[in-house]
Design a protein around this ligand. Sequence first.
Ligand code: FES
Length: 256
Amino acid sequence: MDDGNNTGLIRRQVLNLDQKDKSDEPEDVSRRNFFKFLGVTAIAAGGIASLRGVIQNIIPPVSNAVSGFPTLVLYSQAGVPIKTSDLQVNSPKIVLFDYPLQNEPNFLLRLGDSSNNDVEIKPTTVTIPATGKTFTSAGGVGPYKSVVASSAICQHLGCIPPIIHFYPPSSSSYPGKIHCNCHGSTYDPYKGFAVVTGPTVHPLPNTVLQYDSSSDQYSVTNMVGPTIYGHTSDLSGGNPLSSTKYTEISVTSPTS
Ligand code: FES
């Protein structure tokens, strides 16, 4: 834009100069105008260069975006694919994996009832309170359709585990819910990680899993629902994962 305007300004000055040259002005006046024109050109070029420098310092370069959601097998810390028996129903530990970019933790949950029997999680329609829009959660996978995943970054202001975590159905506080101790947001993993209480007005982005019954392996393939907190797109604003084949789980303990 600025380039165009300055060029237009310079062009207009050249035209004026030409017109004056064709008039009755003495030659030394035309020469002065010509040197003025050279000065304006130099100032304009310098101004554009420094403006470009300022813009480059203000706007970070768009980089590290990936072109699509990768399909990755979930690996244990031993470096092998996890099996259903590796996942404890209503685990009191926090099981996480990064997806779709580095340092973007996701919960991996095998959900059960208060007796720790697997509960089938059906696909459901989830409302986003902020917009009134809806999306369809994928539902559970695995032999009992009880394994689900979501972003573990709180949609209110971005707190991460262990401050935000799942409370098993037998827990005295927030039974069967994901609760963020930063400001009290609560989500329901049995219902597509929908908002139960604010201040969040966005459900947790759902992480789509796939189960291969022949190998008893789990893969992550996609995300649905709101964009991950702090990103304009799930696929940009961070570094790609180091492997294009797998993402490894980590296990940590809740703070309370
Ligand atoms: S960051 Fe989780 S409730 Fe505020």
